[in-house]
Design a protein around this ligand. Structure first.
Ligand SMILES: [Mn+2]
Length: 286
């Protein structure tokens, strides 16, 4: 290659270093089940994820703040504040932030169709992907038999779940010290317990059926803390997971392709892009 050609080549490469080519810029990001206000919430890891990523639209698909647990015991760390501040900052800087409340933040449901600090509070809605797929976006608790029938039963389950999560955190800090990778006990248990498997399957089927009934291509939800993308009778079922155990999000590529990402994967991508000289896309909240 002649020196002049090489120069031209570099120029092209430089102009391509914009946001669109960065692997951490997505068309859309969906997160849910953050459970701010609980000890199980992994706010620090969520902060790292939100700082490393950018999107045109950010959907908060419910159970972001855990009003149920906060009502019983006030628990709020600085990192929980930082998450709220960073989301507000993203909204201010031009990210289209949409909050679809869930059952744990149902108090926010009274504010549906209002906007707060640039964050749109909305009920179930339809998202159209870049390749024209129409996806129903909702938290999903409406299809949860236990919660629809008896709220107290859900509370009991909630307490047991909190205990498992506490054990999980202790267990994983031990694993980290032993040099072992993160491993979710509750995810493991969910896969083992037959009832839980049955419940998850019927939840997924119910949500896919709802999307089919509305004549849509798919559904995007949260609620059951089980990240997933799969085809159910021609309907694309997506669950963005959670930030207490699986540390996952659903993303839409500029092409419209939907895929699940984890905190670990994003941290690796960030490391790789830093090596290539790309700075943090969103600075620390002050
Ligand atoms: Mn929920």
């Amino acid at each position: 290659m002649k020196p002049r050609d090489q120069f031209l080549d570099n120029t092209v490469a430089d102009t391509n270093l914009g946001m669109k080519r960065d692997p951490l810029h997505f068309r859309t990001i969906w997160i849910s089940d953050v459970h701010l206000g609980t000890t199980g919430c992994q706010a620090q890891r969520l902060l790292e994820f939100l700082r490393a990523t950018e999107s045109d639209t950010l959907y908060l698909v419910g159970d972001i703040i855990d009003g149920w647990q906060l009502k019983r015991r006030w628990y709020w760390e600085q990192s929980h504040n930082n998450v709220v501040q960073l989301v507000l900052k993203k909204a201010k800087k031009g990210t289209n932030v949409v909050f679809v409340p869930g059952n744990h933040d149902e108090v926010i449901r009274q504010f549906i169709d209002l906007d707060f600090g640039g964050i749109k509070i909305r009920d179930e809605l339809i998202h159209t992907t870049a390749n024209g797929k129409r996806m129903l976006v909702l938290h999903g608790d409406r299809f949860d038999g236990v919660i629809a029938c008896a709220k107290w039963l859900a509370y009991v389950g909630d307490n047991l779940y909190t205990m498992i999560l506490k054990f999980n955190q202790w267990f994983n800090s031990w694993r980290a010290r032993a040099g072992l990778p993160y491993w979710s006990l509750s995810q493991y248990l969910k896969g083992k317990v037959k009832n839980a498997v049955n419940y998850i399957t019927s939840f997924e089927d119910a949500l896919a059926a709802e999307a089919a009934k509305k004549g849509l291509d798919g559904v995007i939800c949260g609620h059951i803390h089980k990240p997933e993308i799969r085809d159910i009778n021609g309907i694309t079922y997506c669950n963005d997971g959670d930030w207490v155990e699986s540390l996952s999000a659903l993303i839409e590529e500029p092409s419209g392709e939907l895929r699940l990402v984890t905190w670990g994967e994003i941290m690796q991508l960030k490391k790789a892009s830093k090596l290539a000289g790309v700075e943090d896309l969103c600075a620390l909240p002050s």
